[in-house]
Design a protein around this ligand. Sequence first.
Ligand SMILES: Cc1cc2nc3c(=O)[nH]c(=O)nc-3n(C[C@H](O)[C@H](O)[C@H](O)COP(=O)(O)OP(=O)(O)OC[C@H]3O[C@@H](n4cnc5c(N)ncnc54)[C@H](O)[C@@H]3O)c2cc1C
Length: 389
Amino acid sequence: MRNFDYIITGAGAAGLMLAYRMAKDSFFDEKSILIIDPEKRKQEDRTWCFWEADGGEWDEIVSKSWNSIYVAGQGLEKTIPIQPFTYKMILSTDFYKKIWAVIESKSHIEFQKGTVRSLEADEDGVRVHTDGEHFRASKVFNSISDYTDYKTQKKYPVLQQHFVGWFIKTKKPFFDPSTATFMDFNIPQEGNTRFMYVLPTSENEALFEYTLFSEKLLSKETYEAGIKDYLEKRGITEYTIDRKEQGAIPMTAFPFRNNNTKNILHIGTNGGWTKASTGYTFYNCAKKTKELVPFLKSQSDLRNFDSSTKYNGYDLLLLDVLANDNARGAELFSRLFDKTDVKTLLKFLDESSSFAEDLSIILAVPRVTFTKTLIKRLSSFLRPYKRTL
Ligand SMILES: Cc1cc2nc3c(=O)[nH]c(=O)nc-3n(C[C@H](O)[C@H](O)[C@H](O)COP(=O)(O)OP(=O)(O)OC[C@H]3O[C@@H](n4cnc5c(N)ncnc54)[C@H](O)[C@@H]3O)c2cc1C
């Protein structure tokens, strides 16, 4: 059994960002690091978008950015400048290329093709069992999603941000490439929270994503019929589809961090790094891996890395509302975009807002609904204690 200081299981966004940061920090030059994944991803398998203020560390691979967003819904239709934020898009091919170039230049970081079957903690480390081989490390960072935990529990609602996207090209110029459509709720809601997300990359190219925040996935035909209908209503009937993408990202306030152990840290979506109320993950992976590097230099118990914050409570409440009455999402988000300062809202969703800013967002939500949901949630937390009395 080969021994390593660190093993990263899963070479997707989170695993690769962590390996990249370790590769760039001389503290880890003396450490042996193994990355395990069935494949070394290099292909265009997703686009990542996020917003940030000022210059960012990924700017050299940002393929398109927007300074304004468009939101439309119940009684709302707004194009909003978002400075100092910029909404940015990264193609996975550019991300993988940049990251692997750095990782592959380091001889102390190895890549092993393999499917991890189990992690087994021992005295002072972790054994990693793959299909054919077995490895051991002092610390393991695991980004392989394990759905059993959060999908089988009943305490926290589990919704998904699910979508199908078409990258289309038109002959005629149709789009305004300076504005990204963040959420357009002007589509039939069918009892759910449904919206179109549109990213125009030029006057005749755009990504159209038919998106839901809801519990159950739809058939592929339903998402695609939704995109087709949306295009037709805007007079876009002549186009080619260059590429398609599809995704289902968990939205839950389930405390993933409780699964961490002294020597195993769950990272990425598997570590709860997906923002529960929006599904955004990329920027959180960047933030968390940045924090993890200094943490590893000074601490050894990985259970101390992630802790709960006020945002876990906010996310839980919003998801409770959406889970209890999924059809209310359009009203709720329209209201948030209408009644709040969007830059403050972006800070809030980015988990960098002050308490006063939180309050300005909280005051904009439908008070009766949220108060009822809060009372229900608080009483559900009290229930186990009542039973033991
Ligand atoms: C199409 C799509 C678009 C998205 N767009 C955005 C966006 O715009 N903005 C945003 O913030 N988020 C977005 N997300 C959500 C999120 O950012 C991504 O899912 C992100 O890739 C999550 O990173 P991760 O490392 O947790 O998981 P992944 O990137 O999925 O990496 C997990 C890795 O584990 C490997 N693996 C799985 N099983 C095993 C096993 N048994 N053994 C070894 N390795 C294994 C996989 O091969 C994979 O490489 C999108 C997701 C999808 C699917």
